[in-house]
Design a protein around this ligand. Sequence first.
Ligand SMILES: Nc1ncnc2c1ncn2[C@@H]1O[C@H](COP(=O)(O)OP(=O)(O)O)[C@@H](O)[C@H]1O
Ligand SMILES: [Mg+2]
Length: 472
Amino acid sequence: MKFRLLFERSLEPIVIFDENRIIDCNAAALSIMGAADRQQLVGASIEEISPEVQPDGQLSGEKARDIVKEVLKTGGSKFEWVHRNLDGKLFWVDVFLTHVSVNDRTLLCGTWRDITQRKIAQESLRLSEKRYQEMFEKNPQPLFVFDVDTLEIIDVNLAAIEQYGFSFEEFVSMTLGQLLQADEIPRLISHLSDPEINGKKLSCKHIRKNGDVRDVEMTGHELDFPGKNLRIAIINDVTEAKKAQEELRNSYERLKMLSAHIQEVRENERKGIAMELHDVLGQILTTINMDLSWLSKRIPEKEKGFQAKVSSMIFMVKQAVKTVQKVSSELRPVILDDFGLAAAIEHGAQSFEKKSGITTSVMLDRTIELDKQRNTALFRIFQEAATNVIRHAGATKFEVSLHKDNDIITLLMEDNGCGISAEEISGKMSFGILGMKERASFIGGKLEISGLKGKGTQIRVVLPHGGKKALQ
Ligand SMILES: Nc1ncnc2c1ncn2[C@@H]1O[C@H](COP(=O)(O)OP(=O)(O)O)[C@@H](O)[C@H]1O
Ligand SMILES: [Mg+2]
């Protein structure tokens, strides 16, 4: 009677069979079977409360008979079983089956443990593993699973086989090092020893079976694998991108050289024209002027008409001389070559003030001596900046300073006008500004522009006095 109570109250379903049919079961078994009372189950065969086949493909009836036979022989057995309850729903149980003798009758007693949840979890895990496997196999980027300690390749995907030309068998008998040029292997090893490797990129070259060398980026991730230090490497082939980048950089470099060359040619041309104007035309005008003075002295005083004509001619010739001087000095300020940058800027600032009416002040270190190329570049930058102040700033003040500090030369030009905007600085049509920047960079310097709306614009050029090392 006591045992009956234990049987009844057990939380685990217990079912008692004679050979094949249920003769008794407890409340937990009724509940898992979806039965309202015992009568619904008593008399049912194992086949009737199981699906036709078990997951291993065996017919439930046959399999049950085999197990019973074994239990009768050995005394007990533990196995997994799929049952079907009265509503037709399948559930998994771990069965512990024993046999007992009651009044000369041999009965079988099965204790069930519901493992349906575990089975569902296992199944979904299996599916997700399959999904991961597919993601690995079908990934368009080559993937390598390798052993960090030996660099042995453990697994590769299809993309790796197709792109590298090695077969799977060849790959798994190789090490990751064999894909690299020998002198890159130490770099790979030190990269792999980084404790925070996950997601970190290593740029290197990989050699394919046909000898092609490709630029790649390898990204490594640790794999959770018991007993082995495994990683997965994702390969990104950047050969084409790198080539395109290189070409772009080359063509940009060539354009810069071309622009510098054109500037130089232009500068030389200007110099040539300036000299021609100044020396030849200037000379002619001076001679004419002298001849006119000679004439004027010899015209009798009473010839007022002749006198007036000659005077006006002298005036015109003087105007022409001035114009020649102005034009030739604008083309190429002689002062720059003869007296240096500070003198040229000072002279330029004076004409700027006269021309524009904008109050101009200069603070120039006259001890700074630079070569012709840098003198020209800085002076042309000053000229462009000054022209921009007249054309765009609407300023009333313009300040220019040139000084040297710790072997760094700074040319600073500031106005108090409307202020340049970021869009104007990098504007597609801002060739004046681009030209200033190019000139600065070509002599190893750097030009920065900043504008404050309504407050003014500042242009700063810095360059090392030594001039060898360009500023970054
Ligand atoms: N000192 C300045 N103050 C205000 N705006 C300026 C100044 N210098 C240049 N800018 C703005 O930047 C633009 C680009 O200048 P720039 O490249 O020299 O071209 P451009 O003088 O031929 O217009 C100008 O059109 C103007 O709008
Ligand atoms: Mg301009």
